[in-house]
Design a protein around this ligand. Structure first.
Ligand SMILES: [Zn+2]
Length: 282
């Protein structure tokens, strides 16, 4: 439950509680004391909610965020919420470098910001089932597939990224290629499917609408027809979703112009519309 809905529940609950206790003949000062006690425990509970915590970003970390395109499009109030989320994620995820890569603040902040960006339309999704982020210096060889990978997400809760490729996606922010967004899009679908606190946050009706509209374009790509969505999306439905997320955030205007129904279905599903932000703030 969000801090806002808890506050509402407490307010309405208090009025009801007072009316009932007074009618039952409970002395008003006892009733008031009980209310204060529930209020205090409510506040203590809120203090532990990730989205309610204060941002603990250092000035250096904040300076890194200023470079992050999505952050630039946010209003002042949204920026505070975004900073809180990034701060929580940098502190609570375990970042591990591979092949002698040393994890820096820049890596922590940019990866956390990408996670916060994808889920920003929802109440804070912390990706609780993904507690480890492994970063390789560049594309790495996978014995499992026999190929070089730029990133992957495992069902055991690990997000793996090649830093060189992550940076390329980040530096060129309008070409529709973004490994960070791509891999975290996979993580988002898994997080939505793994039972737990963060489960089924994607609304079923929106997901059904998305699947219905997506199927047409997916079939087009599989049939080799030209599409705004790049052909890798035809690999399977998971890849289709991840590629759409990359292009949704990086090329919202082109996406909307080429496939308005699919774009709108994605905006509804993700509860955010990058095109509106860009129009408004750039
Ligand atoms: Zn993929």
């Amino acid at each position: 439950m969000s801090p806002e809905s808890l506050a509402k529940l407490y307010l309405f609950g208090s009025v009801g509680f007072l009316v009932v206790t007074i009618q039952l003949g409970v002395p008003p000062h006892i009733a008031t004391l009980l209310l204060i006690a529930t209020g205090v425990s409510g506040l203590a509970y809120l203090a532990y909610q990730p989205s309610f915590r204060k941002s603990k970003l250092t000035p250096e970390q904040k300076a890194i965020l200023v470079d992050f395109d999505f952050y630039k499009t946010l209003t002042q109030i949204e920026r505070l919420e975004f900073e809180r989320r990034v701060s929580y994620l940098t502190e609570n995820k375990e970042f591990m470098g591979r092949q002698d890569l040393v994890i820096t603040d820049r890596m922590r902040v940019l990866v956390a910001a990408t996670i916060a960006q994808i889920g920003f339309g929802f109440e804070f999704i912390t990706f609780e089932d993904f507690d480890k982020i492994i970063i390789f210096p560049k594309a790495y060889y996978s014995k499992h597939t026999g190929h070089y990978h730029k990133g992957e997400v495992t069902s055991s809760g690990v997000i793996v990224l090649s830093w060189a490729d992550f940076l390329e996606g980040f530096n060129i922010s309008d070409d529709g290629y973004n490994v960070g967004l791509h891999e975290i899009a996979h993580a988002l679908r898994l997080e939505d499917a793994i039972p737990g606190d963060e489960y089924h946050f994607l609304k079923e009706a929106d997901l059904d609408a998305w699947n219905r509209i997506a199927e047409r374009e997916y079939d087009n790509i599989r049939a080799g027809k030209p599409s705004f969505i790049r052909s890798y999306a035809g690999t399977n439905r998971q890849e289709f979703f991840a590629v759409c997320i990359e292009q949704f955030f990086e090329q919202p205007q082109g996406f909307y112009d080429a496939l308005p129904e699919l774009y709108k279905a994605m905006a509804r599903l993700m509860k955010q519309d990058p095109l509106k932000r860009k129009r408004k703030y750039f």
